[in-house]
Write a protein that binds this ligand. Structure first.
Ligand SMILES: NC(=O)c1ccc[n+]([C@@H]2O[C@H](COP(=O)([O-])OP(=O)(O)OC[C@H]3O[C@@H](n4cnc5c(N)ncnc54)[C@H](O)[C@@H]3O)[C@@H](O)[C@H]2O)c1
Ligand SMILES: O=P(O)(O)OC[C@@H](O)[C@@H](O)[C@H](O)[C@H](O)CO
Length: 393
């Protein structure tokens, strides 16, 4: 390692890890350490001196990433903690439900930091509202076991929420570490936690308040994406771009995005024409025929996607609370309930729940967290009833 070079430990060397977060940190001059539990992936990282991020679609160029190392976080905690102790930045792209598993090593790394080291910047790059807050809670809980109280954690680390946007599909098995991505990206990070010491990461959009960014991203990109996946899969499409090319699917996705636009405009005061331009841009990204993205990847983990504060129920509940329509979102939830992809563990649990004996009301509440007193409750129960009646015997 060059002396004085900043280092970053990134958890999750998968699609977004290699194809986006790792790339931007590399280009910012950080020496990267990828931490992952997939042994063959870590072996490949340590055996391969560089990989290429191929941007596919209009304006796409190639980027070389090198100078990194890999640590197996399942089997080599000693090295992982050492790396975190000396790092400037820790990022994650592992999935929101995995954050609790990476938190203990981060806490141990914070505890092992030399007094001379500056605070560790910790940023979760997941599709979830305030994912870093979730990680921070887990790290603080684990830090207590290391003898650190909250003031010690405050002195040694800075936690900042982020919103990451770049479509990175599943990769060809023969591609090695190379990653195909779309040319577009946005990485918005809240600035305030860093005070006057904001990390130098070119390409990042530093924002005062992340709430509008993450909700606009999750309720437009991810709501639209998931709608295209679920409606598209029902219509027989395998690729997202094929789904968008089906007029009836595109119309349903546009109807969903008209509803989330109404919410975002009412809630955050976005100019309607600005939000519409954002929607059009995103539909163009979904339609990129060079991006081999599948309805299975985009529809993955349907229980997470149907949960209370996620891309469907989150905006639909707020629309209902405001007395605004959410019929297209409810239709998309109905399509999500039909998601029975064979290799998806959450899809199997979803289908078992729908096929079980619980009442429609209990299933609706278990899936969405909406109680009987919520204005969307009865409509969601109707969606569950419809999905159960449509289930094959
Ligand atoms: N792919 C995208 O287009 C995209 C875009 C924006 C945000 N995201 C978000 O980024 C996150 C990762 O998505 P992805 O598409 O890269 O998934 P992925 O499956 O390609 O990568 C996840 C990686 O995390 C690793 N992992 C799992 N458990 C771990 C653990 N305990 N410790 C360390 N590593 C662990 C896996 O082995 C895998 O390599 C998700 O939250 C996703 O919503 C994805
Ligand atoms: O990663 P998920 O499962 O939350 O959502 C699937 C896709 O919508 C998502 O990965 C997008 O490609 C990404 O969020 C684009 O920025």
């Amino acid at each position: 390692m060059e002396s004085g070079q900043r280092t970053a430990v990134h958890f999750g060397a998968g699609n977004i890890g290699r194809g986006f977060v790792g790339l931007l940190l590399h280009d910012a001059g950080y020496r990267l350490v990828f931490a992952d539990v997939a042994a063959p992936l870590i072996d490949a990282i340590n055996a391969t001196p560089s990989y290429t991020v191929h941007e596919v679609g209009e304006g796409g160029v190639d980027h070389l990433v090198d100078g990194y190392a890999g640590v197996n976080s399942a089997t080599n905690e000693t090295e992982l903690v050492d790396r975190i102790a000396e790092a400037d930045v820790v990022t994650t792209a592992v999935g929101p439900s995995i954050l609790k598993f990476v938190a203990p090593a981060i806490a141990r790394g914070i505890a092992a930091r030399p007094a001379s080291a500056g605070p560790l910047a910790v940023m979760a790059c997941e599709n979830a509202i305030n994912a870093t807050d979730i990680l921070e809670q887990e790290v603080r809980a684990a830090a207590k076991g290391e003898g650190l109280d909250d003031a010690d954690v405050d002195a040694r680390s800075v936690f900042a929420n982020t919103a990451v946007d770049r479509i990175v599909p599943a990769q060809d098995p023969g591609a090695g570490l190379d990653v195909r991505v779309e040319p577009y990206f946005e990485w918005a990070i809240e600035q305030e936690p860093f005070g006057d010491d904001v990390p130098d990461i070119p390409g990042v959009t530093w924002v005062d308040s992340l709430g509008p960014y993450i909700e606009r991203k999750l309720f437009t990109v991810n709501t639209g994406h998931a709608s295209a996946a679920y409606f598209g899969r029902l219509a027989g499409a395998q690729k997202i771009s094929d789904a968008l090319a089906m007029p009836e699917v595109r119309a349903k996705v546009e109807a969903v995005l008209a509803e989330t636009k109404a919410l975002l405009v009412a809630k955050y005061g976005f100019a309607p024409e600005q939000q519409q331009a954002y929607v059009e841009k995103i539909l163009g990204r979904f339609a990129n025929p060079e991006l081999p993205d599948t309805v299975e990847r985009v529809g993955r983990a349907p229980l997470r996607k149907l949960s209370r504060h996620e891309r469907f129920v989150g905006p639909a509940a707020e629309l209902a609370e405001r007395g605004l329509p959410a019929d297209a979102l409810l239709a998309a939830m109905g399509a999500a309930l039909a998601f029975d992809a064979p290799d998806d563990e959450e899809a199997a649990r979803l289908q078992a729940l729908l096929g079980g004996d619980s009442s429609h009301e209990d299933v609706a509440e278990e899936l969405t967290g909406l109680g009987a007193d919520h204005p969307l409750h009865d409509a969601v129960v109707g969606v569950v009833k419809g999905a159960r009646e449509a289930q094959p015997d």
